[in-house]
Design a protein around this ligand. Structure first.
Ligand SMILES: [Zn+2]
Length: 270
């Protein structure tokens, strides 16, 4: 007969996993809301770190706006990290390794082609949630020669408070392993320079990645980045956008009252 303590521990684990999946579904649908213009058709994906060894990521071929439980796959982190350290020679090999990392049913939905960068960022940056979208306002800039200007400068205080003092900017790379490797390089450089993970990663000619501890933080970073993009685009129409001086950006980012406000936003109360 099964040990009742083990059964109880298993049941608790299932409840926690179900709650986490529900929070990821809610976040993904919120990011996929059509009026926000963050994604259309099958664009974008989200993930959530379950524990040190595993994570949930969106499956390919699902729309964010109406995604359900069947739209996510649980994967082991370790084999996904190994993919980046020792890239296989062919795409079919990469797919086979990714499929073998799936926890549970062997014939389920296929993980997103971008699952490798989710595993890498959840692991390297130590965050719990990731939201990757292709907002029109953001891509208007990332598909222009102003991408670096937008990524490395801040124009108003709440942009610095919510999105961080600057963003990491990744040159265009083929979605899949080449993109995951390019993101890893820039994320590591950012962490070495500033001693913390970026909150916002911008991908040239592609889209944005928000990194956070809670679904509220992912939604706030994405919304504030889109607002900043609209402001920048509007300022460009005047011919000469201005920016916050570097010392002001860091001052506002580190002010104790702003740190307190940021914590409330992250908890979803601000
Ligand atoms: Zn994408």
């Amino acid at each position: 007969m099964a040990d009742p303590y083990i059964l109880k521990a298993h049941a608790t684990h299932v409840i926690i996993m179900t709650n986490q999946l529900q929070s990821l579904i809610k976040l993904t649908r919120a990011l996929g809301e059509p009026r926000l213009d963050y994604v259309i058709v099958g664009e974008g994906n989200t993930s959530l770190r379950l524990d040190e060894a595993s994570f949930l990521v969106k499956a390919s071929g699902h729309q964010m706006r109406d995604i359900g439980e069947g739209g996510f796959v649980a994967l082991r982190i370790k084999p996904m990290l190994a993919l980046l350290d020792d890239p296989p020679a062919t795409l079919s090999e990469e797919k086979a390794i990714t499929q073998a990392a799936v926890i549970g049913e062997s014939v389920g939905p296929s993980p997103s082609v971008e699952a490798s960068f989710h595993a890498m960022l959840l692991h390297e940056c130590g965050v719990r949630y990731i939201g990757h979208t292709h907002p029109t306002a953001i891509n208007q800039i990332l598909c222009s020669e102003f991408a670096a200007d937008f990524a490395f400068q801040r124009r108003f205080p709440d942009e610095a408070v919510v999105c961080g003092p600057r963003s990491a900017l990744v040159p265009y790379a083929d979605p899949g392993l080449p993109l995951a490797l390019a993101i890893r390089e820039k994320a590591r450089k950012y962490m070495a320079a500033y001693g913390e993970a970026p909150k916002l990663i911008l991908l040239e000619n592609h889209g944005m990645i928000a990194l956070g501890e809670t679904p509220a933080e992912i939604l706030n970073i994405t919304a504030m980045a889109v607002k900043a993009a609209r402001i920048f685009l509007g300022a460009l129409m005047t011919g000469a956008p201005t920016r916050l001086p570097e010392e002001e950006v860091w001052h506002v980012y580190r002010r104790p009252d702003e740190i307190y406000r940021r914590k409330l936003f992250v908890d979803g109360e601000g």
